[in-house]
Design a protein. Sequence first.
Length: 138
Amino acid sequence: MKSYRKELWFNIPARRGFVNITPEVEQCLRESGVKEGLVLCNAMHITASVFINDDESGLHHDFEVWLEKLAPHEPVSQYRHNVGEDNGDAHLKRSVMGREVVVAVTDGKLDFGPWEQIFYGEFDGRRKKRVLVKIIGD
């Protein structure tokens, strides 16, 4: 069995944003040489997320609006976590969107359903953060 590990780094200039990381994960898969196995992608920061969904700008806008309704950034005083910080909402948004995804690998390709793509979600940006890509298989 083969094992592969790589960290992808991101620095989103805004507080929030979504990035399609499917091409980077596919490159990792090619580098790994794994033809049958599993890919794990997880955000290694508590205010960021990795999730699977459609790469459609209207949906990304809807996520932004929906998440802001669920956990509005302001007023920052509404979050007990924000004593000395201002990212309490980002922790809640990450909890909703998830920490990680696992994707099957078949014939050396990500075994997705229709329209599925892997995304990095940033909820407290403006600094470097990373995503772990771990691939195991044959």
